[in-house]
Design a protein around this ligand. Structure first.
Ligand SMILES: Nc1ncnc2c1ncn2[C@@H]1O[C@H](COP(=O)(O)OP(=O)(O)OP(=O)(O)O)[C@@H](O)[C@H]1O
Length: 291
């Protein structure tokens, strides 16, 4: 991401005399970080996310940085004159993919979210859940440097919710930033690097959720070349790594990121051998995660 997105003394109000929804907000979104935004209804979370996605401009203050950004809005306009694949392919080309790659990526994302059967269905005929899968896929198709998710899990079935969590882990593992709002406090529990609450128009950092993160952890035993370094994509997401014997590594990773770790190990050149995967007890509760 070049350079990181930054809000400086940002304020937003609607209408010349409207009340300030946000004021004096300073926020930097560093590459590779997962940021959760909390707050009661109507406090300005969506307003903040639209500013981060640069779909809205602040009334005062500055927004700097131009990461390639994708956004899933709270309400996705589903009555679009496209089929699901047609829409996603179009969005893929907007993100710089060739038409053929965009069409392939469209199929892949619909399959991942369990909506492969609806690729040829006109968007306006999709159910709410399938439409939400398209909403999420359109944001992921371009592998954005900044992914902004406003209640993106709402309306998805359990399989698609898990898949979106995996996709978020993949984005951050690849060095992208993800900012999300979700009404479910368990969403990606333990995973965010930082949590902010929107409160009285300002932004409060809840607690340092810095790694090693708490929450459910997975313990992976893997073998690589003796003395070899962990593949970069794996090193970025592990909470701890220990070489217990030459070439044998004990890795802990947040459970939500375990698939991404395994893929990083197995697709490394040369590939690593995964000798074991098991659940590990969380070391301590995450102060950044509220019950
Ligand atoms: N386009 C707009 N025009 C006028 N007022 C707006 C607009 N968008 C948001 N607001 C007002 O700004 C305030 C914050 O809204 P926002 O949607 O950002 O909050 P939120 O925290 O995302 O709410 P929720 O949790 O209910 O989605 C609300 O009072 C809302 O009515």
């Amino acid at each position: 991401m070049q350079p990181e997105l930054r809000l400086t003394a940002v304020g937003r109000r609607y209408g010349i005399r409207g009340p300030w929804v946000l004021r004096g907000v300073d926020l930097a979104v560093a590459p590779g970080t997962l940021v959760r935004v909390e707050g009661a209804n109507g406090t300005g979370k969506s307003t903040l996310l639209r500013l981060l996605a640069r779909l809205d401009a602040p009334t005062e203050g500055r927004v700097t940085g131009r990461p390639r950004t994708a956004y899933v809005p709270e309400r996705f306009p589903s009555a679009l004159p496209f089929t699901a694949v047609g829409y996603l392919t179009h969005l893929g080309t907007v993100h710089g993919l060739s038409r053929a790659s965009a069409a392939r990526a469209a199929d892949t994302w619909l399959e991942r979210f369990g909506a492969g059967a609806y690729g040829g269905t006109p968007m306006e005929r999709l159910s709410k859940g399938s439409s939400q899968k398209v909403a999420v896929a359109q944001a992921l198709i371009g592998e954005p440097e900044l992914l902004v998710l406003d209640e993106a899990w709402t309306g998805l079935d359990a399989g698609a919710r898990d898949e979106l969590e995996r996709a978020v882990a993949e984005r951050t593992a690849a060095g992208g930033a993800v900012v999300f709002v979700d009404h479910d406090p368990r969403r990606l529990a333990g995973a965010p690097d930082v949590t902010y609450a929107v409160l009285d128009g300002g932004l409060e950092r809840c607690a340092d959720g810095v790694r090693p993160a708490a929450g459910p952890l997975t313990l992976v035993t893997a073998q690589g070349p003796p003395g070899g370094r962990l593949p970069a994509d794996a090193a970025r997401i592990v909470s701890s790594a220990e070489e217990t014997a030459p070439g044998t590594h004990r890795l802990t990773v947040r459970a939500s990121h375990s698939d991404v770790l395994l893929r990083a190990l197995l697709t490394a050149v040369p590939p690593w051998h995964v000798a074991g995967v098991e659940s590990a007890a969380a070391p301590h509760p995450d102060p950044g995660t509220r019950p």
